[in-house]
Design a protein around this ligand. Structure first.
Ligand code: NAP
Length: 238
């Protein structure tokens, strides 16, 4: 039996990933987010606010024995969307906490708890193309996702140095997906983000991917990690 911990499982891509993995009779899913939306005998929910780092620091995963352990750091926030100097410091802190610091803490705890078991472990970080290209108004989001990519690359290097071949890590950008986050992006005033019309066009032209289709691409990486030797990848490439 595999256990998959997924943050941000209440909606969007995290919900689609949880629902897809739950279809596999050999996978149990533990979702971590503030709200619970899934009811399934193989699903367990942990209500956690990932911006509250004191709680995230103390968080421990189940210690039961499984054949494979998966952690998907999917939860994320786009806000604040505004040029630097025109936003609140508390919003910047909250974004980094959810998008970068919580995934770093959870990954550290996950590896501390499970790496010695020598069972297959796979960490998937949900990153973004925004971590590779500057977008005005998105400084914190872009920096958080660039950080997540680099965090993943360093872990991969450490695993190779330590011959920890049973552990894999990928940082995967999902493309542009039809979720609440895209609604937030489209509803931003152009003065805070000059290319907002591009995102309105994606929506009106039907260019947004369905979360369930993108979840299938993530599952491809989970099922065939050896086919994806690069750590930082995008679903647009396969
Ligand atoms: P979404 O629909 O807004 O869902 C975000 C999820 O994150 C929700 O389940 C939410 O759960 C959880 N979350 C947010 N703040 C949280 C907090 N403080 N504590 C715990 N959980 C929290 O967004 P999405 O589009 O599915 O995004 C999923 C991931 O894909 C994110 O990392 C995002 O950056 C990335 N991404 C999305 C796109 C896109 O086009 N949609 C593009 C590139 C990358 P609760 O509200 O229940 O806590």
């Amino acid at each position: 039996m595999t256990i998959a911990f997924i943050t941000g499982s209440s909606r969007g891509l995290g919900l689609a990933l949880a629902e897809l993995l739950l279809k596999d009779k050999n996978v149990k899913v533990v979702g971590i987010s503030r709200h619970q939306t899934i009811e399934n005998p193989k699903y367990e929910h942990i209500a956690l606010d990932l911006s509250d780092l004191k709680t995230v620091e103390k968080f421990r995963f189940h210690v039961d024995e499984y054949d494979k352990y998966i952690l998907i750091n999917n939860a994320g926030v786009i806000e604040p969307i505004a040029h630097v100097g025109h936003t609140f410091s508390t919003d910047i802190v909250s974004n980094y906490n959810v998008n970068l610091i919580a995934p770093s803490l959870l990954t550290n705890t996950f590896l501390r708890q499970f790496s010695e078991l020598k069972k297959p472990i796979h960490i998937i970080n949900v990153s973004s193309g925004a971590g590779k290209h500057p977008i005005d108004g998105w400084s914190t989001y872009n920096a958080s996702k660039a950080g997540l990519d680099m965090f993943s690359l360093v872990i991969d290097r450490e695993l190779k140095i330590n011959n920890d071949n049973h552990i894999r890590i990928h940082s995967i950008a999902p493309g542009v997906v039809d979720t609440e986050m895209q609604g937030t992006i489209r509803n931003t005033d152009i003065k805070n983000f000059s290319t907002v019309d591009k995102f309105k066009d994606y929506f009106s032209h039907g260019d947004l991917a369905k979360p369930s289709d993108i979840a299938k691409k993530y599952k491809k990486v989970i099922d065939n990690p050896d086919d994806f030797p690069e750590v930082v990848i995008s679903v647009r490439d396969f």
